[in-house]
Design a protein around this ligand. Structure first.
Ligand SMILES: Nc1ncnc2c1ncn2[C@@H]1O[C@H](COP(=O)(O)OP(=O)(O)OP(=O)(O)O)[C@@H](O)[C@H]1O
Ligand SMILES: [Mg+2]
Length: 112
């Protein structure tokens, strides 16, 4: 199992979520976050220019996935989130040791 984490532009959330539902993803965690990367928050409109680093509002998606689904999920996110402009975001994959569905006690991929 893997955890797919994606940081995307808030404006792309609806499109990404719809694409993931069509792909077959049944659950995800969505959070509002702030961050910056190579442009240090510049070239993306945010308040004034008084600080050298600006935090930009982004959305973080977290999706637990069976190994076989990871490539498809990452590809779906990237295709749906890309505008071609800076700040489109980042996607990364980390290993997951254990998942438990609380209600039933199911574990592993059955619990996703
Ligand atoms: N190395 C990183 N570690 C953690 N979070 C990151 C990292 N890089 C980017 N992020 C998160 O992703 C958001 C969007 O990053 P962004 O798309 O601007 O990356 P980038 O590498 O600067 O690419 P681009 O040049 O296309 O803008 C950041 O605001 C931050 O929340
Ligand atoms: Mg950037």
């Amino acid at each position: 199992m893997k955890l797919v984490t994606a940081i995307i532009a808030p404006a792309m959330l609806d499109q990404v979520q719809t694409a993931l539902v069509h792909y077959g993803v049944q659950g995800m965690t969505v959070s509002e976050v702030t961050g910056y990367a190579r442009q240090r928050g510049h070239k993306e409109v945010y308040r004034g220019e008084t600080l050298s680093i600006h935090f930009i509002l982004k959305v973080r998606l977290e999706i637990l996935a069976a190994d076989a689904d990871v490539e498809g999920i990452v590809g779906t996110i990237v295709a749906a989130a890309r505008t071609g402009e800076v700040g489109d975001g980042k996607v990364w994959v980390t290993p997951v040791e254990t998942v438990v569905r609380v209600r039933t006690g199911e574990t592993g991929e059955d619990a996703i």
